[in-house]
Design a binder for this molecule. Structure first.
Ligand code: FES
Length: 144
């Protein structure tokens, strides 16, 4: 039987073994997530549900039930919006969203806000998805 005492002991052991920083990092990131659906080719994000993206350098994670990976969308100000895969091109770890870059926790690659490699070992940019705006939504093309 898994008692309350055993549960609390397990949690405190997990914290002592380092699980806490992972949880704290996830919380500290504080990146808003939009959960939608895809028609198989696109994901539409209503601007009314994308408040963080209305600010320059605003960022959101977009997830769709039928799209296997999340997509990071960022407002690049006068350069428009960019939609990137968070999967590092080196060996497939998920990059962290930083204020002015993306950083891979596995081997230290650093990507620019546009997803270009700034520091290896990665040699290819983050996958980029076409994105365009309409009067009331952003449309990410996830499949040609
Ligand atoms: S998987 Fe990202 S640097 Fe190796």
């Amino acid at each position: 039987m898994f008692t309350r005492r055993k549960f609390l002991q397990t949690v405190s052991e997990a914290v002592a073994l380092g699980a806490a920083p992972v949880l704290l990092n996830a919380c500290a990131a504080g990146i808003a997530t939009y959960r939608g659906t895809s028609d198989g080719k696109t994901i539409a994000i209503p601007l009314a549900e994308a408040a963080p993206l209305l600010q320059p350098n605003g960022v959101m994670v977009v997830r769709a039930a039928n799209v296997p990976v999340p997509i990071i969308v960022r407002n690049l100000g006068s350069a428009g919006f960019i939609a990137l895969s968070p999967i590092c091109s080196h060996a497939g770890c998920e990059v962290r969203v930083m204020p002015n870059s993306f950083e891979c926790p596995c081997h230290g690659s650093v990507y620019s806000l546009a997803g270009e490699v700034e520091d290896g070992p990665a040699s290819r940019p983050l996958q980029r998805f076409p994105i365009e705006g309409t009067a009331d939504s952003l449309i990410i093309k996830v499949k040609a």
